[in-house]
Design a protein around this ligand. Structure first.
Ligand code: HEC
Length: 120
């Protein structure tokens, strides 16, 4: 998730520590592009595989057999482990979608964009 910059910039030492930490995290992400979740790709997967049953945006109205994705995103915001588990194994009446790990990560990243700012 996007983390907010907290604290004051007055302390030079504090800033440089934060900078080093941020740089280290960014480096770790860049070093493993295969696992970088891609919101756009996730959106495409959702449009293709989920939108038949799940309403994918607040604006859209559809069948009420399946919860809407914004609703799911809100209820499970921050609980990526649960989402991953749900999407990894078949859950009737949802079909087994056989998503790859990469696709699941992408979908989870996309779902995170549907949830309003997470409350901590
Ligand atoms: C064939 C219809 C269908 C498709 C396609 C489908 N779902 Fe579902 N999904 C359902 C139904 C129906 C439920 C409700 C299951 C229940 O309540 O037991 C559900 C439940 C869920 C839940 C659990 C919600 C909760 O909080 O209990 C998640 C998460 C979910 N779907 C995500 C997805 C995603 C992501 C996709 C696309 C990759 C997808 N679904 C594709 C029908 C579908």
């Amino acid at each position: 998730m996007c983390h907010k910059q907290v604290g004051s910039f007055r302390s030079y030492k504090g800033v440089s520590m934060k900078f080093l930490l941020t740089a280290a995290l960014a480096g770790a992400v860049l070093a493993s592009p295969a696992y970088a979740a891609d919101v756009e790709a996730g959106h495409a997967v959702v449009q293709r595989w989920c939108s038949n049953c799940h309403v994918t945006s607040e604006a859209q109205r559809g069948q009420d057999t399946a919860p809407t994705l914004p609703d799911i995103a809100q209820r499970h915001a921050g609980d990526q482990t649960w989402l991953r588990a749900w999407l990894t194994s078949p859950h009737p009446p949802m079909p087994n979608l056989n998503l790859s790990r990469q696709e699941i990560d992408d979908v989870i990243a996309y779902l995170a964009t549907l949830a309003p700012a997470q409350k901590k």
